[in-house]
Design a protein around this ligand. Structure first.
Ligand code: KG4
Ligand code: ZN
Length: 347
């Protein structure tokens, strides 16, 4: 039996309940011992989006069974846990409160510390769960359902915002466009699948702020442009037309993300890019980023596909990397305060 510290991590910020156990021993890369995840997607699908109250109630139902499952996978018990990490924000307040409440109560009962973690820090550090983790410093492109940001990352806890979206997030652009195309929630992966059969040049869609010269984003106009095209193609367009519109939408989002990432790399002079968050699973984004970065001798790191979207492993891993560096928690201690709105890098 090793003498490492074991961290049990909880994620419940939106529509996935995630629990994971990570072990950290000295300076060695932390190891993921076990993880379990429950996605609420099928429950919310009937409503076309996340229903916060239903999300909270489902987290209540899932969180403890998932924790038991993780411990049993690792053949360990609660007494083997040295620290509990949880997502403190940003996210849905009620959903966050479930994970935070369980984590802080368990920590109190076991007499171990509870470490609040920023959800985006979890995403940002999720490539450290891969066999080929990045080295610091790097540029991070965080593309999720709620955030689109480019950051300079010098170390764990040292984040400088280079640019972000002024309105919709990239994932939101995917989801809203997909909804207009009649695809189920969350639309991103559905739109991506449909786009495989379409022509990305069939529809001329806007690339907002493409030439702003700054690493900022705006996706609200794209959704409006997609709506205009949907109205034009009428009530019963053929599958090919829908696929063409999906492909054109995806191409517009991806082109902006690639161009802005290159801009941030150029501005910082860094040669490493980390892509994290749900949209990081997008195959066209990966293809185009890989091609553009290869030309410029930039290495791109992604979390493994299953860890792009929300999960407990990234929260336990972020806590492990903080523990290794002796960093104080980024969140507010005491009680179980949650921070539904919280800028990464803010105290
Ligand atoms: O990181 P995440 O699980 O949740 C947030 O923290 O928001 O990201 C979810 C987002 C959704 O908008 C979903 O549609 C998008 O990631 N997404 C994708 C793909 N897989 C997930 N978007 C485009 N292509 C995909 N393959
Ligand atoms: Zn997320």
């Amino acid at each position: 039996m090793s003498s490492g510290q074991r961290i049990l991590g909880f994620e419940s910020s939106c529509d996935e309940t995630g629990v994971a156990l990570v072990e950290v021993t000295g300076d060695a890369p932390p190891r993921l011992l076990a993880q379990a995840l429950h996605s609420q997607i099928s429950m919310h699908q009937a409503y076309g989006g996340v229903v916060p109250e239903l999300a909270s109630r489902d987290h209540v139902r899932r969180v403890l069974p998932l924790a038991r499952e993780v411990l049993s996978q690792a053949r360990l018990s609660l007494r083997d846990v040295d620290l509990i990490a949880y997502t403190q924000g940003p996210g849905l307040a009620g959903a966050l409160l479930v994970g935070a409440g369980v984590a802080v109560s368990l920590a109190a009962a076991l007499d171990v510390p509870a470490l609040p973690i920023h959800h985006l820090e979890g995403h940002l550090l999720s490539p450290f769960l891969s066999i080929d983790p990045p080295e610091f410093p790097f540029v991070a492109l965080l593309v999720s359902g709620g955030h689109t940001q480019l950051m300079r990352v010098d170390d764990v806890g040292s984040y400088e915002m280079l640019g972000e979206t002024i309105d919709d997030a990239a994932g939101e652009a995917f989801d809203k466009s997909a909804k207009l195309l009649g695809l189920p929630y969350p639309g991103g992966p559905h739109l991506a699948r449909m786009a495989e059969f379409g022509n990305p040049e069939a529809f001329a869609l806007p690339r907002p702020l493409l030439h702003s010269g700054r690493p900022d984003f705006s996706f609200a106009g794209l959704k409006t442009a997609v709506l205009t095209q949907v109205k034009k193609i009428g009530d019963s367009p053929c599958e090919q037309t829908k696929a063409d519109l999906a492909a054109s939408t995806q191409a517009a989002i991806v082109e902006v993300l690639v161009k802005k990432s290159l801009l941030a790399l150029k501005a910082t002079g860094l040669k490493r890019l980390v892509v994290a968050g749900g949209v990081g699973a997008n195959a066209r984004l990966r293809e185009q980023l890989n091609a553009a970065c290869e030309k410029r001798s930039v290495r791109v790191h992604y979390p493994q596909l299953s860890l792009c979207t929300d999960n407990g492993a990234m929260i336990a891993m972020a806590a492990a990397l903080r523990v290794q560096r002796g960093l104080t928690p980024p969140g507010e201690g005491g009680g179980f305060a949650v921070r539904p709105r919280w800028e990464l890098g803010a105290a």
